[in-house]
Design a protein. Structure first.
Length: 236
């Protein structure tokens, strides 16, 4: 009787080879399917990054024209300075009249750095056409600063010339809000040349003016903003 050992050994070898081949194919398929998943996970952050706007692009920038829209219009006769004005850094064609006040003649303008400027002459307020002017004085800031803090300037009085403390309030302070706060000041009113005068332009920018002695006495004035926060104007 012939031994069956060689046959059994041969069969075992065939089964072993088949098992190894199957394992190799499974490994190859698993490796192939894992590779796209890895590429997908790497590309996801890149796609998210490209679709998100940067802070700079989303925030935008504030221009002088955003605050003083008349800068987009042609200069009128009202926009001419009341006296000789030769400040070389100011773009002469940008001079625009602000609200008329008895304490000051005020204008907005843009300088060669695209800052927004407040330009003013103190006015003695004489109503007979003999008013004395003192100035000009110029104060400039970046429009984004003016949007938040407004602009303020002071002109000192002398023996023969008037002085003034003048402020262009931030554009989010309304005329009604300014009126409410300013009429709380003892003795203040809305008649001719009150202790603290205020006027608004047609586009809503409010200016306030007073003599330097009044500003020193008051020290500061607080106004409510449209968003419910407070703005304090330092008069020192």
């Amino acid at each position: 009787m012939k031994s069956k050992l060689p046959v059994l050994l041969g069969l075992s070898a065939v089964l072993l080879a088949t098992a190894c081949s199957t394992a190799t194919e499974t490994t190859d398929k698993s490796g192939t399917s894992a590779e796209p998943a890895s590429e997908s996970s790497q590309s996801a952050p890149s796609a998210s990054s490209s679709s998100s706007p940067s802070p700079t692009s989303s925030a935008g920038s504030v221009t002088a024209q955003d605050i003083i829209p008349t800068l987009a219009q042609a200069q009128s006769d009202e926009d001419k300075a009341p006296a000789e004005f030769n400040e070389p850094s100011i773009k002469a064609s940008s001079l625009r009249a602000l609200a008329p006040l008895s304490y000051a003649q005020e204008f907005a303008a843009v300088n060669d750095e695209d800052e927004l400027c407040l330009i003013a002459w103190a006015n003695s307020g004489d109503g007979d056409g003999t008013a004395t002017l003192n100035g000009p004085e110029v104060e400039c800031e970046d429009p984004s600063e003016v949007k938040d803090e407004g602009l303020k300037l002071s002109i000192d009085s002398t023996k023969d010339k008037p002085g003034v403390v003048l402020a262009m309030l931030p554009p989010d302070i309304t005329e009604d809000a300014a009126r409410t706060e300013l009429l709380k000041i003892p003795g203040n009113h809305e008649d001719l040349r009150p202790p603290v005068e205020f006027k608004a332009t047609d586009f809503g920018v409010v200016s306030i003016a007073m003599e330097p002695a009044t500003a020193e006495e008051l020290g500061s004035i607080t106004f409510p903003r449209k968003d419910g926060t407070k703005f304090t104007l330092d008069l020192d």
